[in-house]
Write a protein that binds this ligand. Structure first.
Ligand code: FAD
Length: 295
């Protein structure tokens, strides 16, 4: 009987990955280094990370729990801490990890490569198959499992990282993952003040505001978690309004799972017009107020 071992940090990923694990295995074990994973798996463990330690160093405990589980399939959340943990587990097992999986056919996994220029199908050889799986690949709403979660003590490795200080980052209220609609801004916005036009439209639509990478990492008008694309968030809202966005592949792979894409661009030959459902060829300063007023 195949058993799957899920490594997670957040509640949302725990629910999605355990639901996905149930399509691949008869029994599901979860270990979380963050939120307590109630009601999602047949066996559940939680590791509380002591103050002064980092979750990445929970690998001693995670590897031991895996060895004891008898699982042959590993699904891991692609958060920074869990990526580190699954890498350590792969090294421990002498196995490879297939990363960024967007779909499964049994244990054959589909993922992007070369920054989204291609899609590949891969299958692990060996006794254990390890995968990292992004948000939204599985629907976590039907997660079921035990509410009894065993607290497992953190076992520090010989050369643990010691936290010497922490600094709070400015709070970000961006929540692209759960958004039903997103208004995304690109370099077509020449002035930061013009973003108000996108925010007005978003307010009417009840949408989140996102952006392309240059607006988050070039001019810093948005926090990092607001940009969509191969190296940012992968989103699949009902409505995605791409404003002043040319439609480069690195951006589009992050939003082409949207139900409806609407583009606003002053260049009627912009590549985005070949990738959208509805397009407005015009200056955003004219089109956005008109759209907002019409809603
Ligand atoms: C390894 C790698 C990873 C990357 N990862 C990402 C990623 O994850 N996400 C991402 O977004 N990018 C990513 N990029 C960058 C990506 O290649 C593009 O450069 C970027 O997406 C372009 O952003 P843009 O569409 O906002 O800008 P541009 O390509 O400059 O397009 C601006 C558009 O605005 C239009 N415009 C100008 N003025 C107006 C106006 N007044 N009204 C209406 N339209 C107007 C123009 O016609 C143009 O089409 C990555 C690049 C690399 C090399």
């Amino acid at each position: 009987m195949a058993k799957a071992f899920v490594i997670a940090e957040t509640k949302a990923a725990a629910a999605e990955l355990t639901c996905g694990a149930r399509t691949l295995a008869e029994e599901v074990v979860i270990v979380s280094v963050g939120d307590v994973p109630t009601g999602v798996a047949d066996t559940a463990f939680h590791i509380e990370i002591p103050a002064g330690n980092v979750a990445d160093d929970a690998y001693v405990t995670v590897n031991r729990l895996f060895d004891e589980s008898g699982a042959t399939i590993v699904l891991a959340e692609p958060s920074l801490h869990v990526l580190s943990l699954v890498g350590r587990l792969a090294a421990h097992l002498g196995a490879a990890t297939i990363t960024g999986v967007s779909a499964f056919e049994d244990l054959t996994a589909t993922s992007m490569y070369f920054g989204g220029t291609g899609v590949r199908k891969a299958r692990a050889t060996g006794e254990v198959s390890l995968f990292t799986v992004g948000a939204g690949v599985f629907d976590g709403s039907a997660a079921t499992g035990t509410d009894s979660v065993e607290e497992v003590a953190f076992e520090a490795p010989d050369h643990a990282v010691v936290k010497t200080g922490t600094e709070a980052l400015p709070e970000s209220d961006v929540n692209l993952a759960g958004a039903e609609a997103i208004v995304a801004c690109g370099r077509g916005f020449a002035d930061e003040a013009d973003l108000a036009l996108a925010r007005d439209l978003a307010a009417k639509l009840g949408a989140e505001v996102g952006c392309t990478r240059p607006l988050a990492e070039g001019v810093d008008w948005f926090p990092r978690e607001a940009y969509v694309g191969v190296s940012g968030a992968v989103v699949s809202p009902k409505t995605y309004v791409a404003v002043g966005i040319s439609g480069q592949m690195q951006h589009m792979v992050g939003c082409n799972g949207s139900e409806t894409i609407i583009a606003v661009n002053k260049d009627k030959n912009a590549p985005i017009f070949k990738q959208c459902d509805y397009g407005f060829a015009g200056d955003l300063k004219t089109v956005l107020p008109a759209l907002t007023a019409a809603l």
